[in-house]
Structure formats: structure tokens, C-alpha cells
Design a binder for this molecule. Structure first.
Ligand SMILES: C[N+](C)(C)CCCC[C@H](N)C(=O)O
Ligand SMILES: O=C(O)CCC(=O)C(=O)O
Ligand SMILES: [Fe+2]
Length: 414
């Protein structure tokens, strides 16, 4: 069986997307009024202000700072297209710079700077890369789910062999994973080594204080409730890392006993309900930073980890959620917030918890040998039912950047 690792995949050539740019006619010289590409067309127009350029294209009004425009010059002396890196020294651009002349043709905006340097920007490039353009974009397309939505979607598990041996299988898996924040691979040989091969197909394994690939049973070999038979309420893992682990891989290798089902809850679906019902609560959960902490002194293991951040994390330019940090077990003493804010925070936390605990939002699955589960630990909470008997799980954490890297290589938006 031939297996490709993510790194090998990436060496096999890179995509290039060609964009069709609309055509516009030649235009008039610069001044302080609106200028149009053609008299009858209002699609492309521009205006030079004292400190910025106002530009209208394809129904979007964009504003560009002059330093920004100079900084993003893609001429050969300013930008190396072989490495996709900037050569221009941003700090040497005059902060009061202003273009001397402006010209626009069908596809391109031309600026001439006071020193004679000419910068060309593709109009579609400007549109895509402007703040206003970005604001309208979704970074990560997702399907938010409760149990019903997920089950109705009939998301297929991907077969282990197709996952390992075909790019289509891998792509299908990653597409599901990106959309739903969970995905399954079936027919995996139930060993730690085979689980490791799966993990390496899409990412780098993130080694932590728990090791690289881990086995765990209810032997309390580590100072954490995960290593017992007790139930675990919904949570995300490693909230006590400054950057919580991106993905958790879980593979149940054995269970002779009862109970032990896995609980999955889409944290972003719950957060979205909070945003609808109580936007002030949502805002507070985005704003108040909290510590999470892991203190362990069991056997030879001495660890003290601290991670700080709000429960909900959003991109500030489009308010899109990208990370939920929710673990009631591992939340540390709250000493970074005054009493009145802390009270409102508790109320907001209650609103979110109510959503997370709605039975309709709970997806229960029994993990069985051969079926590996990948969980987006920045989005989907997991938990487990208490159990009896011998139960052994193996798995690992993955670095998020590298999962997304593989997805992008396969042409997915990630
Ligand atoms: C998965 N594995 C058993 C290795 C780790 C368990 C980590 C448990 C910890 N309370 C947390 O939520 O981060
Ligand atoms: O035992 C389980 O099913 C999961 C335990 C857990 O939450 C974890 O290992 O992170
Ligand atoms: Fe966990």
C-alpha cells in the first residue's frame, strides 16, 4: 500500500486560480471629483482625497490609505513573485505619501508616486484584498448543526483505504471536517500505529504533555478525570494552552463493558443562538479573558500549564467565530475581572451553557474499534458517558495550521 504524507502531497505542484476580470474603457485624468471609467458606466469610479483614495468597483465602495497602496505595490522591485514575499521596506515609506497621478483602464489601476515609481493593481485584486471586500467574505464556510441537522445531512464516513490512497477520499473527508467540525474514518485497523498513519496523512501530530500518540484507560496514570470511568461533561481540550490543540483524533480500541458513549456538541451553533437571543452576552463572552489551568502532580508527572483567552473568539473585521474555549473543569480562578463584570459574565456563561446543554444539540455516538473520529477542538465540544469495564482509547492532537494547509492544497477553502 502506498501512502502519501501531507508534506509529499504538497510537493506535487500547486494550484493557480485564474480570475476573469471585467472590461472597462479608458478614463479621464485625476482631480477631486468622481471619475468614471466611461460616462455611461458607474461600475468603476474613483476620487482622490487628501489622505485616501476612494474607489468604487463592482458595486463596492472601497477606501485605500496611501501608505497601504504604496506598501502593496507588486512591482518587481517591491515584491518577489517567486517567493510571494515583500521586498519593499514598509518602514521606509513616507507616512505622508500621496500619488502624483492616477489612471485606470479596463483591468488596472495605475498610480505614479512622487519619485516616479509606478504601481499597478488589478481591479479584481483590489476588490478581493480591500478591507471592504474582505468584510463581505466568510473565512471558513460551515454548516452549524444540532443533532437533527447533522443526522439529516447523512454525512458519510470515509473508508480508510480511500482516505489513505486517494486524494478524492482525503478531500471528501476534509470537506466534511471543515463543514461540520467532525468527521469519521471507517475500517481502520484498531491499533495505535494505524491511527498514527491516519493522522499523518492530513497533518503533523502535535506532541503535548500527554505524549505524541496516546493510549488511555481508566487507570488514573495521569492526574486528570479523563483517566477514570467517570462521565465527562461537554468541553474542549487543552484550554490551558495559550493555543488550544486544533484537532483531536480519537479511536476506541477496546471496550468490554457498558456506557462510555461519546457526546458531541457544535459550540458555534450554540454560540450563534446566544448571539440571536442575547447579543450582549455574546459580546461579553468574546471580551472577558479567562485563565484555564492544568496542575498535575501524579507519579512522575509534574505539569503546570496556563492558557488565557475569552470563551468566544471572533475575527474582528467580520465577527466570524473561530475558536471556543470551554472547559468547566479546567477553568482557573477568575481574578482578572471586577465583581460587577464577573456577575454579568456568569450570566452570559449561563446563557451559553443552556444552549450547549439542550438535548436537541447533543449528538451521541458510540466509538467502536475501526472507526476513528476527528474533532475540531476549536469548535466542537466533546464529552463522554460514565462506563463500566475495560475501555481503551488511543489518539493524538493535530496542529491546526497543517490540517488547513492540506485542505488548501486540495483546493478547499480553509
Ligand atoms: C486526550 N487525553 C486523554 C490525552 C488528554 C485528556 C486531557 C484532559 C484535560 N482535562 C483537557 O480537557 O484538556
Ligand atoms: O474518554 C473519552 O471518550 C474522552 C475523554 C476526553 O475527554 C479526552 O480524552 O479528552
Ligand atoms: Fe477531552
Amino acid at each position: 500500500m502506498h501512502r502519501y504524507s501531507a508534506q509529499c502531497l504538497l510537493r506535487r505542484g500547486i494550484r493557480s486560480r485564474t480570475q476573469r476580470e471585467p472590461c472597462y474603457r479608458k478614463i479621464l485624468p485625476a482631480a477631486t471629483r468622481w471619475h468614471y471609467t466611461a460616462q455611461e458606466s458607474l461600475k468603476c469610479a474613483w476620487q482622490l482625497h487628501n489622505d485616501h483614495l476612494e474607489f468604487r468597483y463592482a458595486d463596492t465602495l472601497m477606501r485605500f490609505d496611501y501608505v497601504w497602496l504604496r506598501d502593496h505595490c507588486r512591482s518587481a522591485s517591491c515584491y518577489n513573485t517567486k517567493t510571494n514575499q515583500r521586498s519593499l521596506d514598509t518602514a521606509s515609506v513616507d507616512l505622508n505619501i500621496k500619488p502624483k497621478t492616477v489612471r485606470v483602464d479596463e483591468t488596472t489601476l495605475f498610480l505614479t508616486w512622487p519619485d516616479g515609481h509606478v504601481t499597478r493593481y488589478g481591479l479584481a485584486w483590489l476588490m478581493k484584498n480591500s478591507y471592504e471586500g474582505q468584510k463581505q467574505q466568510i473565512m471558513h464556510p460551515r454548516v452549524l448543526w444540532n443533532a437533527d441537522i447533522y443526522q439529516q445531512a447523512h454525512v458519510p464516513s470515509v473508508d480508510c483505504q480511500s482516505f489513505l490512497e486517494t486524494n478524492d477520499g482525503l478531500k471528501e473527508f476534509l470537506q466534511n471536517f471543515l463543514l461540520y467540525g467532525i468527521a469519521f474514518v471507517e475500517n481502520v485497523p484498531p491499533t495505535k500505529e494505524d491511527t498514527e498513519i491516519l493522522a499523518e496523512r492530513i497533518s503533523l501530530i502535535r506532541e503535548t504533555i500527554y505524549g505524541r500518540m496516546w493510549y488511555f484507560t481508566s487507570d488514573f496514570s495521569r492526574g486528570d478525570t479523563a483517566y477514570t470511568k467517570l462521565a465527562l461533561d461537554r468541553h474542549t481540550d487543552t484550554t490551558y494552552f495559550q493555543e488550544p490543540c486544533g484537532i483531536q483524533v480519537l479511536h476506541c480500541l477496546k471496550h468490554e463493558g457498558t456506557g462510555g458513549r461519546t457526546l458531541l456538541v457544535d459550540g458555534f451553533y450554540a454560540a450563534e443562538q446566544v448571539l440571536r437571543q442575547a447579543p450582549e452576552d455574546f459580546k461579553l463572552l468574546c471580551k472577558v479573558p479567562l485563565k484555564h489551568e492544568y496542575i498535575e502532580n501524579v507519579g512522575g508527572c509534574h505539569n503546570h500549564m496556563i492558557g488565557i483567552g475569552p470563551v468566544l473568539n471572533i475575527y474582528p473585521w467580520n465577527n466570524e467565530l473561530y475558536l471556543i474555549r470551554y472547559n468547566n473543569y479546567d477553568r482557573a480562578v477568575i481574578n482578572t475581572v471586577p465583581y460587577d463584570v464577573v456577575h454579568s459574565w456568569y450570566a452570559a456563561h449561563r446563557t451559553l451553557t443552556t444552549e450547549l446543554r439542550r438535548p436537541a444539540n447533543e449528538l451521541w455516538v458510540k466509538l467502536k474499534p475501526g472507526k476513528a473520529l476527528f474533532v475540531d477542538n476549536w469548535r466542537v465540544l466533546h464529552g463522554r458517558e460514565s462506563f463500566t469495564g475495560y475501555r481503551q482509547l488511543c489518539g493524538c492532537y493535530l496542529t491546526r495550521d497543517d490540517v488547513l494547509n492540506t485542505a488548501r492544497f486540495l483546493g478547499l477553502q480553509a
